[in-house]
Design a protein around this ligand. Structure first.
Ligand code: GLN
Length: 489
């Protein structure tokens, strides 16, 4: 306990201030997080290494004593297990990488460590980030802290659940087609996927390289801004697609006035498939933004529905290529018994990959194969361009786009087990921004069906992260949804 209440109730900014004021030490804070993580009922963590965490915390306290007062110094963070880490095993949620130890840290991990953050552990995710409910993790599902029978969302489900359960104040996530935004929405936390290329992909285990993008998750936009400022920035020697843009202070304009801001509402995001409770929560949040001076305008993103087949062709194609490296020779699981090289490949991959990953590899190989390439892959690439064009036209009419993150609240664990397409369809509102490479975020907007959290999605033009965070922060000053927590937490 501190003067301001239990440490786990505090967000990144508040913890940074408390550390600076010496109200508590990084070591106390790390011990507090570890104690909570060890009694975690959500199964968010795949790996803890208290020795490493406590050593990092001691080092942070020593830097503080030597005069370091950086805003993230000593603040705990946990990483999605898709980021490679030297001090913790990295599995990407797959049996294929069981026991894998990376010889280096991902750039995002290294940047947050350089900013002084202390790593609590590695967080569960769908296998190779393929999924929408964290049910595809080879090490078991994660439970949503709001209702243990429901999914936390995916693929960054461990990140969202650990934040909602107040196990950690900050987490990393990755978003290929919605994996930061959708779990943030399902667990009532805040997350932002920056413009494609803002955060280095170096050391982020590849799923679909033209879509994969890392970003921060926390409980507030203010906290996300602090984290995003630390983890972005060019990484030209290591990620050729990292943007040559200097790191930005995303906290600087959090309080900017929203007067005159034009918020575009894509009519396709508010159709019949939207659950009534989700619609009501999103509309209430939009009404709040109107009160803050924003104007709502109806826009159209006519190819919204096409985003699903387009994404599931392109992402699968890239995955089939990226995952060919797991052959039992250099990386990953190797079958114990085999007759020749080919049978070793086959058996190792058959044993190491889960069924969703195999489904993606088969789809991807199919759409890239001779005779089908033009009909599927090339066609999907063409429509991808048109989807980006739709956004371009939309941003002529508005500054920011808003809508739901997902058509429903979190579903029950196992509900879609026999119907993988149901998971794919639920990605409809997050996929368009991913295909266009635009920044997008999820902000807690209230509760929907079954008392489950609902997120408001904000999509910005390229490089408009600061604007998104500004809108989210103003909304969070006017509402308290990001402070609400699940019963029993
Ligand atoms: N649900 C989508 C998929 O399974 C998105 C996942 C992600 O963003 N990593 O591919």
């Amino acid at each position: 306990m501190s003067a301001q209440g239990p440490l786990h109730e505090m967000g990144v900014a508040q913890l940074g201030a408390g550390l600076k004021a010496r109200a508590f030490s990084a070591l106390e804070l790390a011990r507090h997080c570890l104690a909570r993580a060890e009694h975690d009922a959500t199964a968010s963590f795949l790996a803890l290494n208290p020795e490493v965490t406590l050593a990092q915390a001691r080092a942070s306290d020593a830097r503080r004593a030597a005069g370091n007062a950086a805003p993230l110094e000593g603040v705990p963070v946990a990483h999605k297990d898709i980021f490679v880490t030297r001090d913790f095993p990295t599995t990407a949620g797959s049996k294929m990488l069981a026991g894998y130890r990376s010889p280096f840290d991902a750039t995002v991990v290294a940047r947050l460590a350089q900013a002084g953050m202390v790593t609590v552990g590695k967080l569960s995710c769908d296998e190779f980030a393929m999924g929408s409910g964290n049910e595809n993790c080879a090490y078991g599902p994660v439970r949503n802290p709001w209702d243990a029978a429901r999914v936390p969302g995916g693929s960054s489900g461990g990140s969202a659940a650990s934040l909602a359960a107040r196990l950690v104040p900050a987490a990393t996530g990755t978003d290929t087609g919605g994996s930061i935004r959708q779990p943030a929405s399902f667990c009532g936390v805040t997350g932002i996927k920056p413009t494609y290329g803002r955060a280095s992909r170096y050391g982020m285990i590849a799923y679909a390289s033209s879509l994969d993008q890392g970003g921060p998750m926390a409980r507030s936009a203010e906290d996300c801004a602090l984290l995003l400022s630390a983890l972005c920035g060019p990484d030209p020697d290591r990620d050729s697609t990292s943007l040559d843009l200097p790191a930005e202070d995303f906290s600087a304009s959090l309080n900017a006035d929203l007067k005159g801001l034009r918020i575009g509402l894509p009519q396709e995001f508010f159709g019949d498939g939207l659950a009534p409770g989700v619609r009501a929560a999103v509309e209430a949040a939009l009404a709040e933004l109107q009160k803050l001076g924003a104007a709502l305008v109806t826009i159209s993103l006519p190819r919204t529905e096409l985003a699903i087949p387009v994404y599931y062709i392109i992402a699968a194609a890239e995955a089939s290529s990226n995952l060919s490296r797991y052959d039992g020779v250099k990386f990953g699981h190797r079958a114990r018994e085999y007759f020749d090289l080919e049978s070793m490949y086959k058996k190792s991959r058959a044993q190491g990959f889960g069924s969703e990953v195999k489904r993606r590899i088969m789809t991807g190989t199919y759409v890239l194969s001779h005779g089908y390439y033009d009909a599927y892959y090339l066609q999907a690439q063409r429509i991808r361009r048109l989807i980006a064009e739709d956004f371009r036209s939309a941003f002529a009419q508005c500054d920011v786009i808003a809508g739901p993150v997902a058509p429903t609240v979190a579903w029950k664990i196992g509900q879609n087990a026999a119907d993988p397409l149901a998971d794919y369809l639920a990605d409809i509102f997050t996929l368009p921004a991913s295909l266009a490479g635009l920044p997008a975020m999820s902000v807690p907007a209230g509760v929907g069906e079954h008392g489950m959290p609902v997120g408001l999605q904000l999509i910005g033009n390229y490089f408009a992260e600061a604007r998104l965070l500004n809108v989210a922060h103003r909304l969070q000053q006017a509402t308290d949804f990001h402070h609400r927590k699940p019963a029993g937490v």
